[in-house]
Write a protein that binds this ligand. Structure first.
Ligand SMILES: NC(=O)c1ccc[n+]([C@@H]2O[C@H](COP(=O)([O-])OP(=O)(O)OC[C@H]3O[C@@H](n4cnc5c(N)ncnc54)[C@H](OP(=O)(O)O)[C@@H]3O)[C@@H](O)[C@H]2O)c1
Length: 253
């Protein structure tokens, strides 16, 4: 057995048309998995699938909005019907809503809860059924440094990412023993479209450089090792863990 190989595994990565999701999808394909890439924009997904295929990987696209529960349920069923299995779910799709709390409203809050939390619960619940049946599975939820700490102006992001941490623990204790493990990754500050406003802001970039012991923004490829590890047989006894990939930001006083 090759400890970190994902050969013969089928993986669904949500939010995989750019940024961290695309990096993890490419990394899992390179490790041998057949990767199903999800996002809302089908054209963007097709381009990513072609890129993976050109690099010798196996991939397909399945476009749906993760907040559309019937579509999410149908997608899991379709993957299992087409491929006979679903081994790995990376619950990565997410968004950020930057607004001071006193100017925020409940509709904005609810959209964040639907996208960053409820969709992960629905997909984890549906993906876990065939995984439990097969006696093997990996669910990887993408949290954040905001799963542990907070910054002003992003209350719904901080709350939903803390809840992702809690949901990961709840699933881990409930499904431990079935062969399915549930873990989370807590990325620090990575230069992606989600953070474009912050990347473009020299004051914020200086803060990232000063607060992060490694002294810079993360590169999306630097998340791949953690994702492949947690998805592989190497992580068989890792369950309910939040693996921080943050250049040391959350241990820095
Ligand atoms: N970048 C960071 O520094 C950082 C740090 C900590 C945590 N994270 C977390 O990592 C995850 C990915 O972040 P990112 O920086 O890669 O973001 P990104 O560059 O904005 O990419 C987000 C991806 O999710 C998809 N998506 C968004 N809403 C969706 C929905 N409702 N249904 C399906 N797909 C959806 C987007 O494609 P479509 O628009 O086509 O749907 C895109 O593929 C998020 O959960 C984020 O909170 C990021």
């Amino acid at each position: 057995m090759q400890l970190f190989s994902l050969a013969d595994r089928v993986a669904l990565v949500t939010g995989a048309s750019r940024g961290l999701g695309l990096a993890m999808a490419k990394g899992m394909a390179a490790a041998g998995a057949h990767v199903v890439l999800n996002a809302r924009n089908p054209e963007a997904l097709d381009a990513c699938v072609s890129e993976i295929a050109a690099a010798g990987g196996s991939a397909e696209a399945i476009a749906f909005d993760v907040t559309d529960e019937p579509a999410a349920v149908a997608a899991i069923k379709q993957i299992v019907a087409d491929r006979g299995r679903l081994d790995i779910l990376v619950n990565n799709a997410g968004m950020v809503h930057r607004v001071p709390t006193l100017e925020s409203d409940t509709a904005g809050w609810q959209k964040m809860v639907d996208t960053n939390l409820t969709s992960l619960y629905v997909l984890a619940r549906e993906a876990a059924r065939p995984m439990v049946e097969n006696g093997w599975g990996r669910i990887i939820n993408i949290g954040s440094v905001m799963s542990l700490v907070a910054r002003p102006g992003i209350i719904s992001y901080v709350a939903t990412k803390h809840a992702v941490h809690g949901m990961t623990k709840a699933l881990a204790v409930e499904l431990g023993g079935t062969g399915v493990t549930i873990n989370a990754i807590g990325p620090g500050y990575f230069a992606t479209e989600l953070n474009q406003a912050l990347v473009d802001d020299p004051v914020f970039t200086q803060l990232v450089e000063e607060r992060t012991p490694v002294g810079r923004w993360g590169k999306p490829d630097e998340l791949v090792g953690a994702a492949v590890f947690l998805a592989s047989d190497a992580a068989a006894y890792v369950n309910g863990h939040l693996l921080m990939v943050d250049g040391g930001m959350t241990v820095n006083m």
